[in-house]
Design a binder for this molecule. Structure first.
Ligand code: HEM
Length: 497
């Protein structure tokens, strides 16, 4: 018994002194930090469901003055960077020292996610990113607009059959985004508007699990890699990956045999595959699944949250409609007309500020790094968080940040917006690859809907959305709204297209 007691005592003391030593990490470097709780660090509030990870990081940033704040998840130190000058160094000027993500990247656990651009480490990331960089060039995105417009017309018809009924915005916009990404990435129709229950839509939803399972997976792939290594669970849902692997392989085979070109992403991926020494099938599939997973979630979230704001702020909805009427009228939507819709652009920018769908950016330092502004040295391997959500809601950078106010993006140079505090797509060499494609799809969808319908709140629409800790993009109760056909002039466009 004494031996057991001595063993347990030694174990407890070892754990205690180990953590005490680890928790001096930021103090020893003279970096302000949040005092951690023994063993768990600063993780408790997230697991109690008090905060989402994004809001928790924002809360930590508010707790300490200064350009950065250190915190701990279990024994591991993290640094949240608050100063725009240092953010610029990390994302752009000294990017070569911060090219990696924190995500665990283990091909034996999750080959699809680990092969995707989202998580690849420096050397491989560079090769894949260079190969894929032309995928969303202005000309390619212009070519994909035809397919996106087709999807917007299908959505419009789908709504037209359910006028004045209570509709859940998220359901409509995920059908649209799945159809768009399927059409442009996989080169096939997903039948999201033909079938109430579309297999493609169901599997697209499954790629990233929702609610607490999704929260736990996403969180652990960034902050608790030990758990992922022990339990070996995949980031992307394996059944969804199998389903899309089949769809993608069939499409590639069909294109190669038939020689048909559609000028979409599949064609580009086949071209990349045929270049010597290029990406193999698994690597291509990983990119396609990542595009589908990221693309369909983010595009649908921004469209539904924008429409929600337009229901609450009818004056803004009317202003967009007037602009569309003046610039586009009943004509086709071209990339040129999209560029001329200045107010619509301001609206989308404001939605991306108020709802940063990727609420923080992550980087890992690959060499010791001296921060000239403060004299601090970041050790090789330091995990960095850039708190987009905190920056976008900071009154020092955005006046009255909880207000939905597109006019803050009117280009007034007396109150310029710092590009290193407004980071919906991030910036620098590792910024979002799909930015151009996402903006085009969001704008096309909004133009088609606002031109044809007056969109109004329903009695059940909340004045304030309740996201809860685990529903980052997805308000808990959905977003119920009603669509009404507007005057004949707009109905004219319905018949025309
Ligand atoms: C509203 C829509 C979207 C937003 C707000 C968004 C935002 C972001 C952000 C913040 C990052 C992290 C960048 C960084 O670490 O510096 C990212 C990465 C990425 N996004 Fe997007 N994204 C959107 C849509 C899309 C779409 C539609 C696609 C493709 C179809 C896409 C593909 C990617 C890829 C491949 C990366 C990884 C880039 C790399 O590591 O090289 N995104 N996105």
């Amino acid at each position: 018994m004494w031996i057991t007691f001595a063993f347990l005592l030694t174990l407890c003391l070892t754990v205690y002194f180990y953590f005490r030593h680890r928790y001096r990490y930021w103090k020893n470097r003279n970096i302000p930090f949040i005092v951690p709780k023994l063993i768990v660090g600063n993780i408790v509030e997230i697991f109690m469901g008090k905060y989402s990870p994004a809001k928790y990081v924002a809360h930590l940033c508010n707790e300490r003055e200064g350009p950065y704040v250190g915190f701990f998840i279990l024994h591991k130190p993290y640094l949240a960077i608050k100063d725009p000058g240092i953010i610029k160094r990390i994302l752009v000027r000294d990017f070569q020292k911060f090219p990696d993500k924190i995500f665990i990247n283990d091909k034996s656990i999750d080959p699809t996610f680990s092969n995707s651009l989202l998580s690849l480490g420096n050397a491989q990331w560079r090769t894949v990113r260079t190969r894929l960089s032309r995928i969303f060039s202005p000309a390619k995105v212009k070519a994909m607009q035809v397919y996106t417009e087709r999807c917007a017309k299908s959505l419009r018809l789908y709504i037209d059959g359910q006028l004045n009924e209570r509709l859940n915005l998220k359901d409509l916009t995920t059908r649209f985004s799945t159809e768009v990404v399927f059409s442009c990435v996989f080169g096939v129709n997903s039948n999201c508007f033909k079938e109430k229950q579309s297999m493609c839509n169901d599997y697209a939803h499954k790629i990233f699990p929702k609610a607490y399972v999704g929260l736990f997976k996403g969180f652990s792939y960034i902050f608790l890699p030990q758990l992922v290594k022990i339990f070996k669970y995949q980031f992307f849902d394996p059944t969804a990956c199998d389903f899309f692997q089949n769809v993608f392989s069939d499409t590639i085979k069909h294109r190669e045999i038939s020689g048909v070109r559609r000028n979409d992403l599949v064609d580009i991926l086949i071209d990349i595959k045929n270049q010597s020494g290029s990406l193999d099938n698994n690597a291509l599939l990983a990119q396609a699944i990542a595009f589908l997973g990221v693309g369909h979630e983010t595009i649908s979230a921004i469209i539904s949250l924008t429409i929600y704001e337009l229901c609450i702020n009818q004056d803004i909805q009317n202003r967009i409609r007037e602009e569309i009427e003046t610039v586009v009228g009943e004509d086709d939507v071209t990339s040129h007309t999209i560029d001329n819709l200045k107010f619509l652009n301001m609206v989308v920018c404001e939605s991306l500020r108020k709802y940063p769908v990727i609420p923080f950016i992550q980087r890992k330092c690959v060499e010791d790094y001296f921060i000239p502004e403060t004299g601090a040295v970041l050790e090789r391997g330091t995990s960095i968080i850039i708190p987009t959500h905190w920056l976008h809601y900071n009154p020092e950078f955005f006046n009255d940040p909880y207000k939905y106010n597109p006019d803050r993006f009117n280009g007034d140079t007396s109150i310029p917006i710092d590009p290193f505090v407004y980071l919906p797509f991030s910036t620098g060499p590792r910024a979002c690859l799909g930015r151009r494609f996402a903006l085009m799809s969001i704008k096309v969808c909004l133009i088609y809907l606002i031109r044809a319908f007056k969109i109004e709140r329903d009695a059940a629409t909340k004045g304030q959305l309740n996201f809860g800790a685990a529903h980052a993009l997805d308000p808990k109760e959905g977003i119920p709204v009603r669509f009404q056909r507007i005057e004949q002039s707009y109905a004219g466009t319905l018949n025309k297209h």
